[in-house]
Design a protein around this ligand. Structure first.
Ligand SMILES: C[S@@+](CC[C@H](N)C(=O)[O-])C[C@H]1O[C@@H](n2cnc3c(N)ncnc32)[C@H](O)[C@@H]1O
Ligand code: SF4
Length: 355
């Protein structure tokens, strides 16, 4: 399913090569080295709940005043409900990936019987959280493609009825493998039917917070900012500046190398997103995290002039456009003069732990 490391995807330049499980000593060392980080996310090449030291890590990061978040497939969630709701974990995302067994099978390639188990587990966690009045945020994500996007209204109802706080619809990350190509599966901004359908959904007034899929841009946007703010680290200590796709991390450097967050790997990625003359990496060309077509933003821009006093809105709008324009202009001028703005040192704000 995760197209850069799934066994069903043939080996390629970007395919993740695997790593051992991260141990607690390495985790503590990482937290001590990146004290300025605001949070850490435990997400997988596999499943974070299988990591034996996970709850010790959450406690430790919390003691260092970091926000903590887990992404889980929900399959063994029932065994950890008590631990989760009594831990300082801030939020948990359950990758439910669908609202019905057959579509779950189609999307994940897993047995459809697993789906009911995941939903039962998610509901049990929500009930337990509500019973003790914990502040734990509980969200779910669903992989969205050309075949299921019209079910978004029903999927949103389903998530709201479950009592989730948030539902995120992620445009599918494609692969070159047959059946998984962008042409076959992804939602593009120039697909008028999909664009208009998503634009017509009134999700802002829902009780549950909804994030619609970001549509892919054929003109190659350069808006991904993962490598400017976050660093992924696996159990071998290998780092990556990409948060969303599990790209190959070998040879990018180790977390303990000198000034790792500004090394050649991170500078190369940042330059690519700031300088349109540098070709984008193949996975970045078709990644929802690198597109300007966020429907919620498009809707906000087109609706606001009708909502409150016209002049105030125009003023705010001009400020917004001005800021977007001049900050980009500054980046372009700086990259032209200095050759590479990414030489400005960045500070890691998010640590993504890969298990
Ligand atoms: C790589 S998984 C691993 C973490 C954990 N085991 C889980 O299932 O949440 C992290 C997230 O990536 C999403 N994901 C995997 N393959 C994807 C794809 N091809 N397109 C979009 N999202 C994908 C999953 O739905 C999940 O929410
Ligand atoms: S655009 Fe996508 S694949 Fe490229 S670095 Fe950003 S998140 Fe990773």
């Amino acid at each position: 399913m995760c197209l850069t490391h799934s066994p069903s995807i043939p080996d390629n330049l970007y395919k993740y090569k695997g790593a051992k499980e991260m141990d607690f000593e390495m985790f503590k060392d990482i937290i001590k080295r990146f004290k300025a980080a605001l949070g850490c996310c435990f997400i997988g090449n596999g499943e974070p709940l299988l990591c034996k030291d996970l709850f010790k890590m959450i406690e430790y990061a919390h003691k260092h005043k970091m926000y903590t978040q887990i992404f889980t497939n929900g399959l063994i969630l029932d065994k950890f409900i008590d631990k989760i709701i009594h831990s300082p974990l801030n939020s948990i995302n359950i990758s439910v990936n669908s609202i019905e067994p057959e579509d779950f099978k189609r999307i994940t390639g897993l047995d459809s019987s697993i789906f009911e188990k995941i939903i039962t587990n998610a509901k049990a966690l929500i009930n337990a959280r509500n019973r003790i009045g914990s502040k734990l945020g509980i969200s779910a994500t669903i992989i969205t493609d050309r075949y299921n996007y019209k079910m978004i209204p029903q999927m949103t109802d389903f998530a709201q009825d479950m009592g989730l706080d948030y539902i995120g619809f992620c445009n599918i990350l494609p692969s070159s493998a047959p059946g998984y190509s962008a042409k076959e599966r992804c939602l593009f901004a120039d697909d008028e039917e999909a664009y208009n359908f998503l634009k017509s959904l009134q999700v802002e007034n829902r009780k549950i917070k909804v994030e619609l899929p970001v549509l892919l841009d054929r003109n190659n946007s350069r808006v991904c900012r993962d490598s400017f703010i976050s660093m992924s680290i696996d159990g071998n200590g290998d780092v990556n500046g990409c948060e969303r796709q599990l790209l190959n991390s070998q040879g990018n450097g180790k977390y303990y190398d000198k000034d790792i967050f500004n090394n050649a790997h991170f500078c190369k990625l940042r330059s690519m997103f700031l300088n349109s003359k540098i070709p984008l990496l193949e996975p970045c060309r078709l990644c929802y995290n690198n597109s300007v077509f966020k429907i919620e933003e498009v809707n906000k821009l087109s609706l606001t002039p009708y909502k409150s006093p016209l002049l105030l809105i125009i003023f705010i709008w001009i400020l917004y456009i001005g800021w977007t324009y001049y900050s980009r202009l500054f980046e372009i001028i700086a990259s032209e003069i200095l050759g590479d703005i990414s030489r400005f040192k960045q500070v890691c704000r998010w640590i993504i732990f890969r298990f």
